[in-house]
Design a protein around this ligand. Structure first.
Ligand SMILES: [Fe+2]
Length: 191
């Protein structure tokens, strides 16, 4: 269980992320908050129940902050910008330095496309949850293909299917087991 103080830091971070998503200058508007951040945090909590050795508070904070760089500065290098923003914000809240370091590592390593060895359970959970959230957000994946990548219907279908196939391949066994029914349903529809 989280203590009161830990709960306050988590709430504070959640409010910070929501405020940045609502900021008119935010790169992708408010939609990522509901369609990505919240599912990533929810899947992190689901995985925490299976990974008793993980630090709950660190995972939750890292899940809220993992894409903050993308919201404030855009997708490019958002793991680097995100880690910097997280450090600044958590220091402001007098959060312990050693925990800030682990959170930064979770953010630096969360991108499935940036191959790194995920040596801590916390990193693995955040990266898994980030990938799992895609399976709940087909509209968002198609929007990216049509709007940001200018694809036609056939290209978009192939691209979304391939992205989700890659995404599934990179998940841990625990995460695969949870997401498998959605993965199979989507592959059946997009084949
Ligand atoms: Fe993400």
């Amino acid at each position: 269980m989280n203590s009161d103080n830990e709960k306050n830091v988590i709430d504070e971070i959640q409010r910070f992320v929501e405020k940045e998503c609502k900021n008119p200058k935010s790169k992708y508007g408010y939609e990522p908050f509901e369609n990505h951040f919240i599912p990533v945090v929810e899947y992190s909590k689901t995985l925490l129940k299976k990974e008793k050795n993980a630090d709950e508070e660190i995972v939750e904070i890292a899940a809220w902050l993992h894409d903050i760089g993308s919201i404030i500065y855009g997708r490019e290098n958002h793991h680097l910008t995100g880690a910097e923003i997280a450090e600044r914000k958590l220091r402001e809240l007098n959060y312990p330095e050693e925990k800030i370091e682990i959170i930064k590592k979770c953010i630096l390593n969360h991108r499935g496309s940036v191959e790194k060895i995920r040596e801590s359970v916390e990193k693995q959970i955040v990266a898994d949850a980030d990938g799992m959230a895609n399976f709940d957000n087909l509209p968002g994946m198609f929007m990216a293909a049509f709007v940001y990548e200018n694809k036609n219907q056939k290209e978009a279908r192939n691209s979304v299917r391939e992205k989700l196939q890659n995404c599934f391949n990179k998940l841990s066994l625990n995460a695969k087991e949870i997401i498998k029914p959605k993965f199979e349903a989507i592959m059946l529809v997009l084949r």
